[in-house]
Design a protein around this ligand. Structure first.
Ligand SMILES: Cc1cc2nc3c(=O)[nH]c(=O)nc-3n(C[C@H](O)[C@H](O)[C@H](O)COP(=O)(O)O)c2cc1C
Length: 398
């Protein structure tokens, strides 16, 4: 049995071994100091050549200082046209390895595991940055910013949204090229020193466009039956695993349900996750929606932990580890998700933008001021002293 197929590293612990979100966890050969993850978040701050900038170093190292167990980079394009915007960074050429290595070092220097996400944006590529409208680029973007639109590909020639450019149906030869690009991107982030890989199969990008019957009407072996629609995702997992060390984990992000009737379902997510176990995937990263519009719609009502039921179901039905994400802000919610065996990892996105120290603060909320000892001493020593001062002052005020 190959390391990619070995069952032991991918099995979830039994409920009897209920854990805390603050407990360390080891997947394959990688130990995470806790189970709090910074979810991938694009910054649209790269150079036109897809290189990271000082902003990315600052952004990612802050989360490692802030106590997260695992910090993922934003989606790295596997090819220039696999980006969303001209501000996206990538892993499509070897020149990107050295700057990516600086990001991995910046994260690891503060005790977090450095993770990288790789992606092909498919038919949702060639858009403006969010604050420029997040719409497909046009001549106006050329005039205003010198940024040209590019042709996109997808599973089928169906636009992501009404009025958007129609992507080209990706050919079998181009599929093979993209698989090679996923493999090469995995190699580059490995060489850059990242220790966890996240394959972006969610939010309407190229992989997701194959999974959903709403965006995949192909007549060949990649379309129609569930087995056919899953084929590309599994091939991407194999391609990435071929370049990713056997002692390092792969996370696979899925939109566990689509944001429209007739789309990809949770039962299909479970079927794909079962298949993942034989394709070297260790953790299913459970997101949702985004097939067309950028956000989930009313199908998935947004409330704290709204996607946790997906992580719970996948974990229960497949035995694979899962990661929960989506409006998780209360440390007690994060703790209950792990303690109740609903997910193995809890990821935070926007809350980390608001408060990069959220993981360290969650530790204090759950374990008391002693947890300040786990902060970098330059902060933690002072904050622990302050907590005693505050306790005295609060007692005097009563
Ligand atoms: C600024 C921003 C950029 C994002 N970029 C990515 C990305 O590159 N890859 C990805 O899988 N998800 C991306 N997401 C989605 C987040 O990873 C996360 O799943 C989502 O924000 C929900 O979690 P939250 O409620 O904790 O923010 C992004 C979200 C935000 C706010």
């Amino acid at each position: 049995m190959s390391p990619a197929q070995s069952p032991s590293p991918t099995q979830s612990p039994s409920p009897a071994q209920a854990a805390s979100v603050l407990d360390p966890i080891t997947v394959r050969g990688v130990r995470f100091r806790n189970r709090i993850v910074i979810s991938p978040m694009q910054q649209y701050a790269g150079t036109a050549e897809g290189m990271p900038t000082d902003w990315h170093t600052r952004h990612l190292s802050a989360y490692a200082v802030g106590g997260a167990g695992l910090v993922f980079t934003e989606a790295l394009g596997i090819c220039p046209e696999g980006r969303l915007t001209w501000g996206d960074i990538g892993a499509w050429e070897d020149r990107q390895i050295a700057p990516l290595a600086r990001l991995a070092e910046a994260i690891a220097a503060h005790g977090a595991v450095p993770g990288a996400q790789i992606n092909h944006a498919g038919r949702k590529g060639s858009v403006q940055r969010p604050w420029h409208g997040f719409n497909p680029m046009s001549d106006a973007d050329v005039a205003l910013r010198g940024e040209h639109p590019w042709p996109t590909v997808s599973a089928s020639a169906i636009p992501a949204n009404p009025g958007w450019p129609t992507p080209q149906e990706i050919s079998r030869d181009e599929i093979q090229v993209s698989l090679d690009q996923f493999a090469a991107a995995a190699r580059r982030v490995r060489e850059a020193g990242f220790e966890a890989l996240n394959i972006h199969g969610a939010h309407g990008y190229l992989i997701h466009s194959f999974l959903s019957p709403l965006s995949n009407t192909r007549q060949d072996e990649y379309g129609g039956s569930l087995e056919n629609r899953m084929r590309y995702a599994l091939q991407v997992a194999d391609a990435a695993r071929s370049e990713w060390p056997a002692d390092k984990p792969i996370f696979f992000r899925l939109s566990c349900v689509d944001d429209a009737d007739g789309g990809w379902t949770l039962d299909e997510t479970v079927a794909l996750s079962r298949a993942f176990a034989d394709h070297g995937v260790d953790v299913v990263d459970c997101s949702s929606g985004g097939l067309g519009r950028r956000t989930t719609t009313a199908v998935v009502r947004r409330e704290p932990g709204y996607q946790v039921p997906y992580a719970e179901r996948v974990r229960r039905d497949t035995g694979l580890r899962t990661m929960a994400v989506g409006l998780i802000r209360d440390p007690r919610l994060a703790e209950s998700i792990v303690a109740e065996g609903r997910a193995d990892f809890v990821a935070i996105g926007r809350e980390a933008l608001f408060n990069p120290h959220w993981p360290a603060q969650a530790a204090v909320a759950l374990r008391g001021p002693e947890a300040f000892e786990e902060w970098p001493p330059a902060y933690g020593w002072w904050l622990k002293v302050r907590s005693r001062t505050l306790a005295v002052s609060e007692a005097a005020a009563e």
